[in-house]
Structures are given as C-alpha cells and as structure tokens.
Design a protein around this ligand. Structure first.
Ligand code: PHE
Length: 483
C-alpha cells in the first residue's frame, strides 16, 4: 500500500515534500513509508533528501499529567470551599503531589497558605499544563515560552524526527518491476527470460565462512590398509545368492540364507547372468565334493542360487574378485573393501540392519595361518588395537577360521572385533585358482571398532539419520600432504 501510494503520487507530482506529512495524510505508519522509500531508493526508483526536525515528546511524568491533570490542579481540586488543614491535605493527596502542587499553585497565586488553613483564592482554575501536554502529544506546535517551562519541569524532552523528501529517480516507474534472482527452466523455455529484469549480482557480498573439511570416522578406516592393498569394487548392493553364498561353499539350507537373516529382493527377484561352467563346478562341489572334499551330499538347486538379495557380507565381492583373478594366469594380490552390507536384524544400540564391513584378503602361493595372524596383528595395530587373541571358529568358506578378540582397556575385558580364516579349497579350486594358492582373509564391522575407538556407545550416533555431526567436526581438520 505504501509503495503504491509513493510511486502513484510521483506519477503526477514532482515531489513528496515531507514523508511525515505524506504518511499522516494517508494514515499510513511513517516507519512503513520510510522502509518503502529506502527500498525504492536502493533500486533507484526514487531519489531522496533527508529531513530532520526537532520535536518534543512527553516524559513519563508528562504522560501521567496528560491523563490525570497537572499536580497543581489536582491539589487545587482537593481543597474544599471552606479550606483544609495542611496535614489533612497532605494525607489526602500524598507528599510528592502535595510538594509539587503547592509550589506551582503558589506560583500561580491560586492559594492562601495560612498558618492554620489552606484555602483557594479562586473558584475555578484551568489546567493549562495538561492542555499543553495534550497538544504536544498530538504533534501540535506550542509557544516557545511554554516549551521552556515544560522542559524546565522535565515534562517534555526534545527528539529528532527523521524523514525524507522524495523525487523520481533514474529508474522510476509507476509500478515496481519484479526483479528475479534466478533463471528457471520454465522462464527459459517460455521465452519469458527476454522480458525479465534480473537482480544484479553483489560480487562483494561475503560468502558463508568455511569450516574446513571433516572426515567421517567411516572414511578414516581406509588408513588401516597399507598402500599395497587394492580396493575392490563394492558398488553393487544387490547381489545374487550365488555370489553371496553358493560360491562361498555355503550350503543352501544354511540358516544364514533364511529370510530371517537375509533381505531378498522382490523385483527383480532373480539374477539372469552367471558364468555357467563355473556354476556347474559349484553345484558339483556342493553335491558330491571333489578337490579332496566329500561335499554336502544334497540336491543343489539353481533357483536358490538365482535369488537376488541385499548382500549380507562384502565377502560376496571377494568371491567375484577371486573368480576374476582365476581367469588369468595367477599373480599374487592384496585386496580390501569397505562398504555397506544388510542383515535382517532387530535394530538396537549396537545393531543396525545396514552397516559397513571392512574386509581384507591376501592371495599368494604357500600362505599359512601364521601369515594370517601376522597380517591381523599389523592391521589391528593400525587401528590402535595391539592386544589380540584368536579363538577357533566356523565359517562355511574358511578352514581354519578364527574369531579375533581385542583387549578393551576401558571395559577391562576382551571384545570380539572380527572374523577371519583361510578360504577353503572347495571355494577356490572350482574358480580355477591353482591348487597351491592360498587366500587368507578377514572381515569386521566397521562400526564396532570405531565405536570402541571413539568411545561412542550408540551406533545410531555414527551412522544413519541420527548421526552426530558434532562428532565429525570435533575430529581434526584434514589437510592434504599431512598425515
Ligand atoms: N564374511 C564374514 C562375516 O560376515 C567375515 C569374514 C571375511 C570371515 C573373510 C572370514 C574371512 O562376518
């Protein structure tokens, strides 16, 4: 409304002489007018000149008299026709009103201050002070002697009033054009962009202050692997049961393959591509064995192997990689991966249905369990875990297998931190790897040791939508070139 009033007025008039009067005439708040003038001035719709005026405003005391009357008149009215004893009058009006009222009334010669009685000299008095205060309140001018008197009584104080005179500026238009800040696909396609007026860029505006980069503890885990380790491609969360289980010599009736532990896919529910000759060798090793094994002696079903699932461990990726490695003349390899896996588990402080695994493996001729133990010591000491213990365990795809325990100084006890083993010949040889090649491998949840190392007691602070960003910010800044 204020903007229309200003621009509209200037269309037919040269100047708004005084924004204060302009606002008062239109019953618009002056502050609103001032804000619009400033904004129009910013876009050069108008030019302005400052106006300053000294004006007077009532003090708190002035305001109370404007309502209840001046103290001298209040006192005068409290005196009855026949007069009143001083003490009684004092009691009636209170000491401060009595004091000021008496002084002023005496000055005006309204009273007789006798020894016994205080009496009025006049029948009626006008409250000039109250009227003057009301006039000032309404913004009317009053005489300079009156101003002086009220100022001396501290009933009014000066105030500088600021306003503007306003003329058309170089960009004047009777209506403000919408300036746009962004070119959108829509106004580009419609051709509207030709008509649009764009807001100018402010190249000197300050940007957001940089906070520096923060590495999530999950990313820092890469440092646990020496540089000779190659990272395996873990970018497929969806995997077939074949690579996740069958290639790992995990029998089809194994409880981990149950839907209680595994998320199976509805669409697409099955895979359509597997290396057929290798599939046949896997089927055979499950059913009747070979390579020195007796197998599991059951009917291996292709439909089971075809079922798609969300991979339950990154060992699915390891099995693909080893199969690929076996397709060429053998060269020793060190591989690692860090990525997400999925298990159909009840979520609590220490378990998530999605979490991350770190996996490492070394393939070479003539490796032994001692090599595995040595590699594990090296790996875990990089994580800050130097006290390790190993316990025999069972995995369908490794023999021997070992659970890894680390001594937790805080809890004063041994905690399980990983699982490991040497891949079985039933897994490696159907792939086509030479029979003197061994693979030592280990796997662990990334979250668990990270929680231990960072003293985090709820896994949801580390991963997922409740992740604690402060945690990353508290970690030191990452600088290139400095480890
Ligand atoms: N895949 C195993 C797990 O899910 C970890 C593991 C990896 C064990 C490699 C042995 C060898 O816990």
């Amino acid at each position: 409304m204020a903007e229309e009033a200003i621009l509209g007025y200037l269309e037919h008039n040269d100047e708004i002489k005084d924004s204060g009067e302009f606002a008062a005439e239109r019953n618009i708040d002056h502050n609103e007018i001032v804000n619009v003038i400033k904004s129009l001035y910013g876009f050069r719709y108008v030019d302005v000149e400052d106006i300053k005026r000294e004006s007077w405003v009532l003090t708190d005391e002035g305001n109370t008299y404007a309502v209840s009357g001046s103290p001298e008149v209040q006192l005068f009215l409290a005196i009855p026709e026949e007069g009143i004893v001083k003490d009684e009058l004092l009691k009636k009006v209170g000491s401060s009103l009595f004091k000021i009222g008496c002084a002023q009334a005496a000055k005006n010669k309204w009273l007789d201050l006798g020894k016994q009685l205080i009496t009025r000299k006049l029948q009626h008095v006008d409250d000039k002070v109250k009227n003057l205060l009301l006039q000032i309140q309404q913004g009317q001018g009053i005489g300079s002697d009156d101003i002086k008197a009220l100022k001396a009584r501290k009933l009014i104080v000066p105030q500088t009033w600021k306003g503007y005179s306003v003329k058309k500026g170089p960009n004047y238009a009777p209506k403000r054009k919408q300036v746009v800040t962004d070119l959108t696909r829509d106004n580009f396609q419609s051709g509207e962009w030709k008509e649009l007026e764009f807001k100018e860029y402010n190249y000197t505006a300050k940007g957001q202050p940089l906070e520096g980069g923060h590495l999530h503890p999950l990313l820092k885990a890469r440092r646990y692997f020496p540089s000779q380790f190659e990272e395996m491609p873990t970018n497929n969360f969806v995997e077939s049961s074949f690579w996740n289980f069958d290639a790992l010599f995990q029998p089809q009736q194994h409880p981990a393959r149950d839907s209680h532990d595994t998320f199976f896919l509805e669409t697409p529910s099955t895979t359509n591509k597997l290396p057929e000759d290798y599939v046949q060798r896997v089927k055979q090793v499950h059913e009747t064995g070979g390579y020195g094994s007796r197998g599991y002696a059951y009917d291996w079903k292709r439909e089971e192997a075809d079922k798609n699932l969300l991979r339950t461990h990154t060992t699915a990726v390891s099995s693909r990689m080893l199969y690929q490695l076996a397709q060429k003349p053998f060269t020793p390899k060190k591989y690692f991966s860090i990525d997400r896996v999925f298990r159909n588990e009840a979520v609590d402080r220490t378990h998530l249905a999605e979490f991350h695994q770190i996996e490492g493996l070394v393939c070479d001729r003539g490796l032994t369990l001692c090599d595995l133990i040595g590699v594990l010591h090296d790996f875990f000491s990089r994580m800050g875990m130097t006290k390790l213990k190993f316990k025999p365990a069972y995995n369908p795809y490794t023999e021997p297998s070992m659970e890894i325990f680390s001594y937790h100084e805080g809890f004063k006890k041994w905690v399980e931190v990983g699982n490991s083993g040497m891949f079985r010949p039933e897994m490696l040889q159907p792939m086509g790897l030479p029979d003197d090649v061994q693979v030592i491998a280990w796997g662990l949840s990334l979250e668990r040791p990270t929680m231990i190392l960072y003293g985090i007691d709820n896994i949801r602070d580390l991963f997922g939508h409740k992740v604690d960003l402060g945690l990353m910010k508290k970690n030191p800044i990452c600088r290139l070139g400095i480890e």
